[in-house]
Design a protein around this ligand. Structure first.
Ligand code: ATP
Ligand code: MG
Ligand code: MG
Ligand code: MG
Length: 439
């Protein structure tokens, strides 16, 4: 992509309305624009990152055996009357009437709809287990939308729903998502701790919130510091082996970790003092086993081995990709701007031409730009007629992992400069070696 033809509306001034660093940087880097309170347009740079986050989420869902579909954003109130949640959900639900005066709503979540789809087709326990997910916009009329896409009213959610014949099966489905979540957040460069979370009236211990520690987080959390060091399960994790998967989950739930709603001071005091984490955190994911809460009232039943009909056991599993974009920035930035982890960077390389119009520099840049493109590397080529200082500042602000700087002085001795955004390390090398290093 040539920057001269791209749409990257960088802001020079720090926007006053933004209270936290991720919100400030997203606005300054031209990723985001507020359209209404808690409602944002994703500008091209932001859209690229959001897509990359979704790609990682998707890969890990697929690996764990979940199957992607896409449900609509607008739902009928009828479904929610069946489950009994239409009245319970309260003011967070955006209620709409269509031209026939029918009650509709903008979906805040999809348990009802997925249950309706399931019961329309699945009849036998032989078709289980099943886990369906989608990545779709949700709307919740939050009392206090704030911090940009961290808590917005319209936001993107990956929500998966599992169906099993019994609780043991549901436990295994839950464990698959648990491990998939550990892997997803690690790949996004985040250390998320699974914390025991509130299960509501169903009880049990099968609900975990995945929390990233951050001072700007809205949750108060407590845990064991060893969670920050644990090894993440590999991509060949034993998803189909119930016992082995359970032991991974047991290992990851063996130490104390709880959100404030489930906090138990007596248990926490058994954690050695030097290991006690008492911090603020951001909820980036939430997994939940809720048994037959929806399948019973909505009659999602299957025939068991003896032919008798049983309501299915369900779980739901949410991740917020739009919140994650902000959370990644909270975890990875410096005073000059964003530092994207490689997997989610909008472009991998920023190529800076320090003297546009100089035939030698232009030609060298063109060769590098084409070469990187051929190797399948996403490059943002700053071919604008701008001061070098402004180009460096833009590159640092938008946080691409590698900056390739090409100027007349260096080229005179056959050299370009390759800078690693994260470490700040700079290497002077020939254009050919730079290309080889990056491909
Ligand atoms: P919170 O406690 O932050 O209000 P929640 O518990 O209401 O979140 P869930 O219903 O568990 O959210 O939804 C699953 C995921 O969707 C959350 O873990 C979070 O990543 C994301 N999410 C929820 N609400 C928002 C929001 N207003 N803006 C952005 N992401 C959100
Ligand atoms: Mg909420
Ligand atoms: Mg929550
Ligand atoms: Mg939650």
């Amino acid at each position: 992509m040539r920057l001269s033809r791209y749409f990257l509306p960088i802001l020079r001034e720090t926007p006053k309305e933004a209270e936290i660093v991720s919100h400030r940087l997203m606005l300054r880097a031209g990723m985001l624009r507020q359209e209404s309170s808690g409602i944002y347009a994703w500008l091209p740079l932001g859209k690229r990152v959001l897509d990359k986050v979704c790609a990682v989420v998707r890969e890990e869902q697929d690996r764990a055996g979940a199957i992607e579909c896409l449900m609509p954003t607008i739902q009928s109130a009828e479904l929610w009357r069946e489950s009994g949640r239409y009245d319970d959900y309260g003011k967070e639900m955006l209620r709409i009437k269509d031209r026939h005066e029918r009650d509709m709503l903008f979906g805040p979540t999809n348990e009802e709809m997925i249950t309706e789809i399931f019961r329309g087709y699945v009849r036998s326990y032989r078709d289980l287990p099943l886990n369906l997910y989608h990545i779709q916009w949700k709307f919740r009329d939050e009392v206090r939308p704030r911090f940009g896409v961290m808590r917005s009213r319209e936001f993107l959610m990956k929500d998966a729903y599992s169906f099993d014949i019994d609780q043991d099966g549901a436990r295994h489905s839950y464990n698959k998502m648990f491990v998939a979540y550990l892997r997803t957040f690690a790949r996004l460069g985040l250390r998320a701790i699974p914390m025991v979370a509130d299960t509501g009236p169903i009880g049990g211990n099968l609900s975990h919130e995945f929390i990233i520690l951050a001072d700007t987080g809205e949750s108060e959390v407590f845990g064991h510091s060893d969670y920050l060091e644990k090894d993440i399960p590999g991509e060949n994790a034993p998803f189909d082996d119930r016992a082995k998967l359970q032991s991974i989950v047991d290992h990851w739930t063996s130490l104390y970790a709880a959100t404030s709603e489930k906090h138990d001071q007596a248990e926490f005091s058994k954690v050695p003092e030097k290991n006690r984490l008492s911090a603020r955190g951001i909820e980036v994911g939430h997994i939940f086993y809720f048994g037959t809460k929806y399948s019973e009232p909505m009659k999602a039943v299957v025939a068991g081995p003896d032919g008798k009909e049983l309501p299915v056991h369900m779980g739901s599993y949410g991740i917020g990709p739009s919140r994650l974009v902000a959370a990644i920035i909270e975890a990875s930035h410096d005073e000059n701007g964003i530092i994207w982890p490689e997997d989610v960077a909008p472009f991998r390389v920023g190529l800076a031409n320090l003297k546009v119009g100089d035939a030698v520099v232009d030609a060298a840049c063109e060769t590098l730009y084409q070469g990187l493109g051929k190797a399948g590397i996403d490059v943002l080529y700053d071919d604008r007629d701008e001061r070098p200082g402004a180009k460096f500042a833009t590159m640092d602000l938008i946080g691409l992992p590698w900056q390739l700087v090409v100027g007349p002085k260096g080229l005179a001795s056959g050299e370009v400069e390759l800078k690693h955004r994260k470490t700040g390390e700079k290497h002077t090398l020939s254009p050919e070696s730079a290309l080889a290093r990056l491909t």
